[in-house]
Design a protein around this ligand. Structure first.
Ligand code: MN
Length: 305
C-alpha cells in the first residue's frame, strides 16, 4: 500500500452545518444538533452553545421545571455560574470546570436557575445524550463532578468530559461508547481518533483550521467514521468541544424535551407532563413550570387540555 499520503489531515473529509439560533430562558443559543441530515453524533443528539450572555443575580439561564425522558443532559460552563434543581431533590451550583449529568431514564424534571449571587458573563454548552434501550426505561439519576481529568495534547490542554482520551478516562456515566472533550487549543493539536466513531467539532471561541478549512462558532463540523487522527490548528487561542461516538443505530424520535422511538411514546410522555403525573416527579423551584406545546400530530385528533 502506498504511504505517500502520510499527512492524514490533508485527507480529512468533513461536512459543515450552520447552527440554528434559539432562545433558552433569556439566553441566546446556537443549536448545533440536531441537524436535519445528522440528527445524532454517536448518542449525542442535542447541542446548544449558550451565550456568551450578560446575566444578573435573578435573570439569565432561568428555565422553570420541565420534563425529560430517554436522554441525559450534560451541562458544562466555560464562564459564569448557574443552579441545577431536579425531581431527585438535587440542588447543585455549577461553575466552569465542573460537570452536571442528569439521566432521565423513564422520567425526570428539572429547572435551571440563576444563582441569586452571580452577575456577569455566562457561556457554556448543554448537550443531550440519547439513552439506549437498556437504560431509557430505567431510574432517573444525577451526578455532579467537581473535577475531571486533564491532559496535554501538544501545547493544548484537554479536559475529558466523557469517555477516554490518551489513557485519561472521565468518571462521568455513559451508557454507550462516547467521547466528549473540551480542548483549549493553542497552536497545533494532533488528535487521535477511534475510526469506528463519528465525530463533531463545535467551536465555542476562536477559529480552528481542520484539514485546511476554517471552523468558527455557529458551525458544526461533522466527520464520518474512518479517520484515526485529525490535525487541529489555530493562530489565536480557541475553545473547542469535540463529540464522538459509535453511530446510533437504534433509531430515534425527538420532540420537545423527549427522546423516544415512536410517536406513541412521545404522546404518552406529553400527557404525563400535562397531567403532572408521577412519572417526572416534582421540582422545588421558585420558577413556574413550563407547559408543553400541543404536539402537532394531536391537533386534529383531540382538543388541547
Ligand atoms: Mn432540560
Amino acid at each position: 500500500m502506498s504511504s505517500d499520503n502520510a499527512d492524514h489531515s490533508s485527507a480529512v473529509e468533513f461536512e459543515t452545518f450552520a447552527s440554528h439560533r434559539a432562545m433558552v430562558g433569556a439566553i441566546e443559543v446556537r443549536r448545533a444538533l440536531p441537524q436535519r441530515s445528522h440528527r445524532t453524533i454517536g448518542a449525542w443528539c442535542f447541542a446548544d452553545h449558550m451565550g456568551p450572555a450578560s446575566v444578573t443575580e435573578e435573570r439569565g439561564l432561568d428555565i422553570g421545571p420541565h420534563p425529560h425522558t430517554g436522554l441525559a443532559t450534560l451541562t458544562w460552563l466555560i464562564e459564569g455560574e448557574a443552579v441545577h434543581r431536579d425531581s431527585l431533590g438535587s440542588e447543585q451550583l455549577i461553575r466552569p470546570g465542573q460537570l452536571n449529568l442528569m439521566s432521565a431514564g423513564y422520567g425526570v424534571a428539572h429547572a435551571e436557575e440563576p444563582t441569586g449571587a452571580y452577575r456577569g458573563t455566562l457561556e457554556g454548552i448543554q448537550l443531550w445524550i440519547a439513552q439506549p434501550e437498556h437504560t431509557r426505561h430505567g431510574a432517573r439519576a444525577f451526578e455532579h463532578h467537581g473535577e475531571l481529568p486533564h491532559l496535554m495534547i501538544g501545547t493544548s490542554e484537554a479536559t475529558v468530559l466523557v469517555g477516554e482520551m490518551l489513557g485519561e478516562a472521565s468518571p462521568v456515566r455513559h451508557d454507550t461508547a462516547l467521547l466528549g472533550l473540551d480542548l483549549d487549543l493553542r497552536g497545533v493539536a494532533e488528535l487521535p481518533l477511534d475510526p469506528t466513531f463519528e465525530y463533531g467539532v463545535i467551536v465555542l471561541r476562536g477559529a480552528v483550521s481542520v484539514g485546511g478549512s476554517l471552523v468558527e462558532p455557529g458551525t458544526l463540523a461533522y466527520f464520518a467514521p474512518g479517520a484515526d487522527e485529525w490535525r487541529l490548528e489555530t493562530r489565536d487561542p480557541a475553545r473547542v468541544i469535540v463529540l464522538g461516538g459509535e453511530p446510533w443505530l437504534e433509531g430515534i424520535t425527538m420532540w420537545w424535551n423527549f427522546v423516544a422511538r415512536n410517536r406513541d411514546e412521545l404522546t404518552a410522555a406529553y400527557f404525563a407532563w400535562v397531567e403532572r403525573d408521577e412519572r417526572y416527579g416534582t421540582v422545588a423551584s421558585p420558577l413556574a413550570a413550563i407547559d408543553a406545546p400541543v404536539p402537532f400530530w394531536l391537533h386534529s385528533e383531540r382538543a388541547p387540555l
